[in-house]
Design a protein around this ligand. Sequence first.
Ligand code: UGA
Length: 429
Amino acid sequence: MSGEPRRIAVFGAGYVGLVTGACFAELGHRVTVRDVLPDRIAALQRGEVPIYEPGLDELLARNRDRLRFTTEVADAIDGAEVVYVAVGTPSTYSGDADLSAVWTVVDELPVVGERLVVVMKSTVPVGTGERVRDRLDARGMGAVGYVSNPEFTAEGTAVRDFMRPDRIVIGAFDAADGDLVAALHAGIDAPIVRSDVASAEMIKLAANAALMTRISFINEIANVCEATGADVVKVAEGIGLDHRIGPAFLRAGVGFGGSCFPKDSLALKQLAANSGYHFQLLNAVIEVNELQKRRVVGKLRHHLGTLRGTTIALLGLAFKPNTDDIREAPSLVLAGRLLAEGADVRVWDPVATSDELHGVTHVDTVAAAVAGADAAVLVTEWPELAELDWEALGASMRRRLLVDGRNMLDRDALRAAGFAYEGIGRGAG
Ligand code: UGA
């Protein structure tokens, strides 16, 4: 695998596109990132990073000389040997992936004389590569290569995940195109899985489905633990040490959210359904997750009776720590349910905000969120929540009730501080 520097155009300056562009620049390639949003591109040109992603600022700053930002397709393509597609593929009403941004990129590509390889980074349904191939061929661009190179980076750790991945998946119609994409990753020490395009597309969807299945599985075990007196934290430890199971993604909580899992689960469900297959297990995984987001309300009712007129503090808005992303965050469903129950809802998050949450009060500190509250609910496991003086915070509350939606805090310490503590799936404690 040769490590020759290449010229890469990245379409899309979102989380995935920026991380991909910055990491390829770090590996020595010359990268032009193109986006349709002029404000976003102008900010990037000024050296500002429009998203919160640890390590990304440093990477962009360090590789300034090898990175350019533009809104112009021609500018991005000029001299490029590889075009990465990293645009959004949100869900449509039917649950299918909305590929309109992908098609725009493909259709906007100029008919070029030189050899060019288009690489799909966006998560797309199986079969998309074939369709892109047909579309390129129909425009007389048969010489343009196509490769699927799905991303497995998680928000908050995306830079590390890109530079030190578990594996790199490359699905190509033509082996030489796959070789080129493999060579772009020279300097990264990871196994490379080479496959056909459809299998690469499916690897991405199946990986996310497997991870979601583990979360819904442990959440259901947690719910049975609550009913039977077992402690899911111990159960997860006990099963995770079995090498066939492994410890990752066995944290019970208020359910998964984010820009990927909810959308990708729907896309895979719909992909199966469109092919005439009813994906029962995935349907259950999605349903369990929806119910899990709502279970906290029952816990609050158990302690407080009716929630009408109560004040509830939600600690954390982001779908997980170290990101400002609130897409499909469990906090949104929880806040909506609590408001519907007639509670006053105060929300604290160190990074994330939401204009969509009508009727809640945003506050800047945990102290302001819990003062006079009837209960606090830990929704996102921000590390600073473990460092707080809960005894002092408890003293300011109307009732010392804490629902720990991530099993993060020391329940013995909380109880010693006079709290009624409820975790997720911690029956006996
Ligand atoms: C996820 C995958 O982890 C990435 O590999 C993938 O590339 C990405 O989706 C994508 O398709 O783009 P991400 O959504 O950023 O990444 O975040 P995760 O760390 O996977 O967390 C997803 C959700 O699962 C969060 O709400 C988190 O709180 C929840 N979770 C995770 C649990 O409830 N329990 C766990 O044990 C682990």
